[in-house]
Design a protein around this ligand. Sequence first.
Ligand code: HEM
Length: 209
Amino acid sequence: MPDQAPATQIAVSKNNPCPFLRALVANGYVDGHIVPLGTLTEDIGLASGKTGMGLIRAKVLTYGIAMIANGHPLRSVTSGAILDELRNGPLDKHGAGSRILDVDGQVNLEQIERFASFGQEYRNPDGGTEPGLNAKQIETFMADNLKRDGDKARWTYPIMMKGEWPVLLDILGKGEGETRYLSVADVRTLFVERKLPKRITDRLPAPAG
Ligand code: HEM
């Protein structure tokens, strides 16, 4: 589909396949190339809105993921994560994910429709209802992604996937408990426009430049 991201955005490499990091890069919150692990951990910690032990857990998880993401943990610790070299790295599941983003960084809208098909209508705390997926529905969606990949799926993928959609639900989700859901509209905006909702960016320091 044609790129619908605002023209004022910073271009993001097709070799950055993470929708969350793509939004941070596109809007100037982190550099698109090398980001020190401390900066990445700090920003994702702030975006999570967590405090206390929750914040510590989020930071440790982010640090761990970012450390291994380029396949050179020592280099990542000393100089930072290379966000435009994530594709084909240890976290790249090669099609066992949602397939919303293709290898050229283009969005497949029909894959967003497929994502939505695993969900239902939820009561939006801001008023009305909207389609979304709760934790259980996200699990079903991820299991189906693995099934779709067939024999190519590796045993590490289910572990890696726990740090993706469930964390996105944790950060971006609306509502509480069993009815906490990831809004399909928010997911579409994240992938297509590379934008995080204002309630999340309000937690971050103003972008550089
Ligand atoms: C709170 C922080 C983060 C969130 C919410 C998040 C969320 C996600 C989501 C939802 C996906 C999409 C998977 C799919 O399409 O099925 C993804 C993919 C990915 N993320 Fe992140 N991510 C976060 C942090 C990171 C960090 C710190 C790194 C590494 C530096 C990273 C690297 C990747 C990579 C390489 C993929 C592609 C995996 C694949 O091939 O499916 N992410 N992430």
